[in-house]
Design a protein around this ligand. Structure first.
Ligand SMILES: NC(=O)c1ccc[n+]([C@@H]2O[C@H](COP(=O)([O-])OP(=O)(O)OC[C@H]3O[C@@H](n4cnc5c(N)ncnc54)[C@H](OP(=O)(O)O)[C@@H]3O)[C@@H](O)[C@H]2O)c1
Ligand SMILES: [Zn+2]
Ligand SMILES: [Zn+2]
Length: 372
């Protein structure tokens, strides 16, 4: 280990309390986990702003209140600057990324099957969590920061045919919709795919499902995104507005798969189910702050043999596949870049619903680029 490595100072935008989401994060020094033999360290070049960052900063899900200060951000891409002696798949100088999960037990049935995201001991989130396999009890800190340190198992090389600024939001937002689209056969068994909520995740769902060969229907709560949804590839746009039943009239039983990426409170799941053909799947990935799953009348499931399920991010293999798919299909994420120093401004704008469709923070001093 060289002197510069030992002296590397970790600093990032810390959320000190619930108000941080109002643009009150503070640039702060912090202590990362102890460096383990299977860890890597990245100079953060890019970090996407995911909806989950905001829910966590504000403690909107009620799970983060004992975890301040937090440095959020789990769509991280950067240059590998330190590699533990047990790491085989990365070397110094590589461009690599990590998503929303940075560790798991690596021993349970799910982990052994390559489904680390469903680890039976629970996942270690890239921020606001505690490590246990190595550096037990240390807090995880995310990517609104200058450096990131963590297990190499969850850190993947970024293919050279994707702009790393666009790859960053694929590490969480992209793979979270890619995985269920793949699982439920978008473009093959599921020819007609609906996407509820055209935000960061939703825009990836439209792009990926279209590239998989599906006919996509975008389902948005306002008319603001009509044109964009079509440009992203949607064949149809349904605007739910205030009267979802009226909006869905004539579209009953027109879809095979629906990905719900909205985080609106109290979503009308019964109405969404009416859009499914028999045997169709409604997969929930968005997590609202208010309102758990509302009552769904049993007949709405029984009468058409439809399924409701959820999906959590993706496994390491899913992320690799998602990146490869994006590169092979020339998927262009719609990102707006903010200098890292303007993170508070970007968070406030994201919270206001202005992102079209993903904000990415850029560290120019580490080689991040403000232009494509
Ligand atoms: N399952 C997982 O593993 C996973 C992974 C990542 C993120 N998430 C969750 O997925 C959700 C979306 O994340 P994101 O990054 O895509 O967020 P986002 O960019 O803010 O998108 C959320 C979308 O929800 C809709 N929406 C938001 N507020 C609404 C309201 N009050 N009424 C109606 N619609 C509203 C909007 O779409 P329209 O304008 O088109 O209606 C908005 O663009 C978040 O809850 C996040 O925590 C889950
Ligand atoms: Zn995320
Ligand atoms: Zn496990």
């Amino acid at each position: 280990m060289s002197t510069t490595q030992t002296q590397r100072k970790f600093e990032g935008w810390a959320a000190m309390d619930e108000n941080s989401v109002k643009g009150q994060m503070k640039w702060t020094e912090y202590e990362p986990k102890e460096f383990a033999d299977d860890d890597v360290e990245l100079e953060v070049q890019y970090c996407g702003i995911c909806g989950s960052d905001l829910h966590t900063m504000s403690n909107g899900w009620g799970s983060a209140k004992d975890m301040y200060p937090q440095v959020v951000g789990h769509e991280i891409v950067g240059k590998v600057v330190r590699v533990g002696k047990d790491v085989k798949h990365l070397k110094e100088g590589d461009v690599a990324g990590v998503g929303a999960q940075c560790d798991s037990c690596l021993e349970c049935d799910s982990c052994k099957k390559g489904e680390e995201n469903y680890c039976s001991k629970g996942i270690v989130g890239t921020y606001c969590a505690k490590f246990s396999r190595t550096s037990s009890g240390s807090k995880s800190y995310g990517g609104y920061a200058n450096f990131w340190r963590g297990p190499a198992h969850f850190t993947l090389p970024i293919p050279s045919n994707i702009d790393p600024a666009e790859a960053a939001p694929m590490m969480c937002g992209g793979v979270t919709v890619f995985a269920p689209l793949k699982q439920y056969g978008a473009g093959t068994t599921a020819k007609d795919v609906g996407v509820v909520g055209i935000g960061g995740l939703g825009h990836f769902a439209v792009l990926f499902a279209t590239a998989m060969g599906a006919n996509v229907t975008a389902i948005s709560h306002s008319h603001k995104k009509d044109e964009d949804a079509k440009k992203l590839g949607a064949k149809k746009v349904i605007v739910t507005g205030d009267d979802v039943k009226a909006a869905f009239k004539g579209h009953e039983r027109s879809l095979d798969l629906i990905i719900v990426s909205s985080n609106a409170p109290n979503m009308p799941f019964d109405a969404y189910l009416s859009l499914l053909r028999p045997h169709g799947h409604l997969v929930i990935v968005g997590v609202a702050e208010e309102g758990s799953l509302p009552n769904v009348h049993p007949f709405n499931l029984i009468m058409s043999n439809v399924h409701i399920s959820g999906s959590l991010i993706g496994s390491v293999k899913d992320i690799a596949e998602c990146l490869k798919f994006a590169g092979d299909h020339n998927i262009k994420a719609w990102v707006k870049r903010y200098p890292m120093k303007d993170a508070n401004e970007a968070v406030v704008s994201m919270k206001a619903g202005d992102a079209r469709y993903r904000y990415v923070l850029v560290n120019e001093e580490h080689g991040g680029k403000m232009n494509a």
